[in-house]
Design a protein around this ligand. Sequence first.
Ligand SMILES: NC(=O)C1=CN([C@@H]2O[C@H](COP(=O)(O)OP(=O)(O)OC[C@H]3O[C@@H](n4cnc5c(N)ncnc54)[C@H](OP(=O)(O)O)[C@@H]3O)[C@@H](O)[C@H]2O)C=CC1
Ligand SMILES: O=C(O)[C@@H]1CCC=N1
Length: 269
Amino acid sequence: MQKLYFLGGGNMCQAIVSGLVKQASFDITVIDNNADKRAHLEQAYGVHTGTVVPDLQADDVLLLAVKPQDMAAATAHVKSNGALILSIAAGLDIATLSAMLNNPRIIRIMPNTPAQIGMGVAGVFAPASLQAADKHIAEQIMSAVGQVYWLAEENRLHAITGISGSGPAYVFYLMDALAQAAQAQGFDAATARELSLATFKGAVALAEQSGLPFAQLQKNVTSKGGTTFAAITAFEAAHIAADIQAGVDACVARSEEMQSQLAKANHDG
Ligand SMILES: NC(=O)C1=CN([C@@H]2O[C@H](COP(=O)(O)OP(=O)(O)OC[C@H]3O[C@@H](n4cnc5c(N)ncnc54)[C@H](OP(=O)(O)O)[C@@H]3O)[C@@H](O)[C@H]2O)C=CC1
Ligand SMILES: O=C(O)[C@@H]1CCC=N1
């Protein structure tokens, strides 16, 4: 069985591992410096764990899942020996990773946390020089936990980060805002959470099942001069849609900025 190592056993590693172990197609080892995390990973998913990446072989796979700013230190002693490298780190480009690992065989992935329940979205980019078999491995790993979108250019990873990579946080922010509004209307915290959750859940399922444009679905709730009209008029006066666009733009800009900073730090250091 092909050996797959995760470097970093945190949130995203656990999300991917939880879906992947059901496939039983890789011999998985997670490298993490935290003993509690290693014990949890062994117990919950039956994977091997360790504290150091062993010297790799060409047919092994290493998935990099530490924070971008920890990557240089975490990979300093890794001997990748031409193994396939998959990186989920935001803002670390292939040129920088390739210099860190002395290995150009790298695929970048931008996943998101709903991977934990098999409903993730992942943007994936592979340089043209990589073999179809390498792309197949990335596809196999990420399709175990959700949908996979192949990107034609590495730079598109910034955009996918702004939409689906960070996107779950925007949705939770809106869910929390609706729950807070419910509390302001006198519901207790538990009921407010349930009302917000059930409203999001029902709206998402309706959008999916009807296939209608989101704007049409919104119109179907909005009687002219009625209650929803009052709410949407208030949202428009507050430029909520433009603010969401500004949030996405800030996310994309930060991804680009991190990439320049990390590339420079690695080049200088
Ligand atoms: N969370 C998200 O929604 C998404 C995250 N990503 C990317 O995924 C990557 C991981 O993020 P996430 O899982 O949230 O981060 P976490 O902090 O949850 O996980 C990283 C793990 O790596 C461990 N670690 C740090 N340094 C080392 C080392 N030298 N050797 C072994 N283990 C080490 C950390 O331990 P300790 O805590 O002790 O430092 C931690 O357990 C990041 O690069 C991020 O950009 C991409 C898309 C979405
Ligand atoms: O916030 C971050 O930097 C990471 C990348 C995408 C989601 N979380």
